[in-house]
Design a protein around this ligand. Sequence first.
Ligand code: FES
Ligand SMILES: [Fe+2]
Length: 386
Amino acid sequence: MTGLRETLQHLAALPSDRPMGMPGAFYTSQDQFEHEAATVLRRGWHCLGREDEIPEPGDYFTVQLLNEPLIAVRGDDGEIRVLANVCRHRGMPLAEGQGNVKRFVCSYHAWAYGRDGALLRAARMENAGFDPKSCRLHTHRVQLRNGFIYASLDAEAAPFEHPELDALLAPYEPERFRLVHVAEETWLTNWKCLVENFMEGYHLSVVHPQTLHGYTPTGLARKLPSGDGFTAYAANYPGGIPPRGMGAPGLSADERNRSTLFAKFPTQVASQAASLLVSLSIFPVSAGEIRVKWTMSTYGDDLDDGVIAARIKLWEDVNREDREKLERMQVALASEHAQPGPLAGEDYEGTVRDFQIWLAAQDREEVTATEPHMTPTGPKDAPLHL
Ligand code: FES
Ligand SMILES: [Fe+2]
């Protein structure tokens, strides 16, 4: 086990009243990134987007998840599938961006595939060893939950369950939200930095004095119960600010007067409010680069067009403020002096600690699964080189 992996185990085992963050190399080392890509990221379930991005048969969008180009497409049977965006002939991608197709026709030699990935036509093929009927695009595992589309690259990945997170979100009726905006950006930061940044309320008033401080000041951030594979906190609204849409009828006053921020590990972070749902899907590219796809959805017709336009602008500003901070931090994290620092308390950075503990548990599983000659290193015998 390398030094960073030992450090992760050691820090995740620290007492809960003295948590520490990871050293900079955890976020800047390409070796560490490739280890994560081959383990926690390849095994994980990743949010690709919203179901209502592709409401009609033939609607599709494409994304790149690690090395795998993917097409999410709604079939003639109404099912959403995630297909490998790689032609079975000689490997050309079949689609880009988003759109609607009757079939996917390869731009190289015109092989044609149905919306379910079956090969329909391969012109002039006289290769006797080739049976077109048994040829189809690889289909990745998919799970739909709360209106989101999740996929895993690992054919053996266990289906995910997180009833506590579902229960936390259920009063908001997330599956009833309708899409109003999608955008994609490149950020020069590590994927874990954005998970941590989105999930801690400690920075809100400092980084977002004009955009968020008035709605969700740091001082009102409160940790929510977390569970297997997720963490959450409440960004509570100060008393006296006007309601911004009523949302679902079953919401309590507390739920209506906060944004419920949650991370579904490893790569989805989202803010669920009464009338607004913003979700960021993080697609790691390298140690220092991610693609971010973010969606905004609203509850029914709760918000009019003017308010929606203002919310989109607000979130563009918030995301830019976060991106500027994270891109500057990414440079400094390469310093040998980027050593573990103390984390703030449960309400402010308890979510960062939850993520650290989850990553450590995932990495221990990896040791057990792939390196049976090694035993997970516990906190007592793991030297920490601070
Ligand atoms: S690579 Fe697609 S048809 Fe040749
Ligand atoms: Fe932020």
